[in-house]
Design a protein around this ligand. Structure first.
Ligand code: ADP
Length: 259
């Protein structure tokens, strides 16, 4: 597809500011934050200078994964200075801008404002900034995509939630904003029983790849359902930071993005 080729061109071209890549999903809880965090780490391990913005206003979680819960970003020249994380990836999260534990019931303009502060921050020499988008395909997302015009978007879904990221919705949203979809990722397919090793598919498998073909979008990869992924995220030890089998799917997706 032409627009995918365009993204590749943009990604390799010389550019002054960092390239913005959005990670989106049709709904919450499908692994968008997990993918964003692990992709940032995998890209960084492959030598790219990566930054991360957690724009998930409903449940920002990157500060937990990156161990920056207690950080308070400083401002210099009226701009935020990203927080250094334990993986050497500077980041800013909605979680840094609100008081911990306080429910976030913000209106569109406030969300836009917070987001502007995070994106227009002192990103220094970062080449790429991954943006963990809020789930869904509402006005906030559309405004955000139109305003910052990321170079491309990666969409993640579990096999059974596919209808939610199908052409009718996500496709339209990103198209309306003029943001090309780089590809789709399937999460939580294939669960290996920790006792007998038998692989089952609680949420089905292959649906996202089939949808990619239908939509003529690249399929970027499949992440298995594995307890260690959840435990690692909660403990601030995401799989892409290690050298185990679970780092592989993230490394492979990062490799395709960096191509
Ligand atoms: P989202 O950002 O889409 O709301 P998260 O990335 O926060 O979703 O994931 C929701 C929960 O599921 C988190 O507890 C996360 O650790 C867990 N999770 C995500 N992907 C997997 C996976 N492949 N295997 C096991 N747990 C996962």
């Amino acid at each position: 597809r032409d627009d995918v080729d365009e993204v590749r061109v943009v990604m390799t071209a010389e550019k002054s500011g960092p390239l913005l890549i959005a990670i989106g999903s049709g709904k919450g809880g499908v692994g968008k934050s997990t993918l964003t965090a692990n992709l940032a780490i995998a890209l960084s391990r492959q030598g790219m200078k990566v930054g991360l913005v957690d724009a998930d206003i409903y449940g920002p979680s990157q500060q937990v994964i990156f161990g920056t819960q207690d950080a308070k970003p400083e401002a210099r020249d009226n701009k935020l200075v990203p927080v250094e994380s334990r993986f050497g990836i500077p980041m800013l999260s909605m979680g840094h801008l609100v008081q911990p534990g306080r429910a976030i019931a913000w209106r569109g303009p406030m969300v836009g404002n917070a987001l502007s502060q995070m994106i227009d921050a002192h990103w220094g020499n970062r080449e790429v900034i991954l943006i963990d988008l809020p789930p869904g395909t509402g006005d906030v997302q559309l405004t955000m995509l139109q305003k910052y015009k990321p170079a491309g978007a990666v969409l993640i879904s579990t096999p059974q939630d596919l209808a939610l990221i199908d052409a009718a919705r996500a496709g339209q949203l990103f198209e309306a904003a003029g943001v090309p979809i780089i590809g789709l990722v399937e999460n939580m397919a294939g669960y290996a029983c920790p006792h007998c090793g038998e692989v089952s598919d609680p949420f089905g498998s292959g649906g996202v790849e089939a949808a990619s073909e239908r939509l003529e979008l690249p399929f970027l990869g499949r992440i298995p359902l594995d307890l260690a992924i959840r435990q690692g995220s909660d403990a601030g030890d995401p799989p892409a930071a290690g050298d185990g089998d679970l780092a592989q799917p993230f490394n492979a997706i990062a490799g395709k993005l960096a191509e």
